[in-house]
Write a protein that binds this ligand. Structure first.
Ligand SMILES: [Cu+2]
Length: 106
């Protein structure tokens, strides 16, 4: 699940190991490596329209953050600058259990 840990970047493949533990200031890259399905990475309240990006992934400290639609092969990287437990969903497929969690430690 965690690749490139020496540069402070973790990778998450959703559905497979949807929980990752990092430290404040580190980043998580969400890769859509599926077979043609678009996905989103959405933190906080689910937006009524999941298509437009929302929030600043370079400085996430909680609240709403949405990648917008990620086509296959596209990576969305979030830098977490506040300790906490952050649940995320794919706004398109959360009812299939496409959900996960990022634990950010001090
Ligand atoms: Cu999805």
């Amino acid at each position: 699940m965690i690749a490139g840990a020496d540069d402070g970047v973790a990778s998450v493949m959703r559905f497979i190991e949807p929980k990752v533990v990092i430290h404040v200031g580190e980043s998580v890259s969400f890769v859509n490596n599926g077979m043609g399905e678009p996905h989103t990475v959405t933190f906080g309240a689910e937006p009524a329209n999941p298509f437009p990006p929302l929030g600043d992934p370079t400085n996430y400290t909680g609240g709403q953050l949405n990648s917008g639609i990620l086509p296959p092969g596209v990576t969305f990287t979030v830098t977490f600058n506040k300790a906490g437990v952050y649940d995320y969903i794919c706004a398109l497929h959360d009812y299939f259990g496409m959900v996960g969690k990022v634990v950010v430690k001090d």
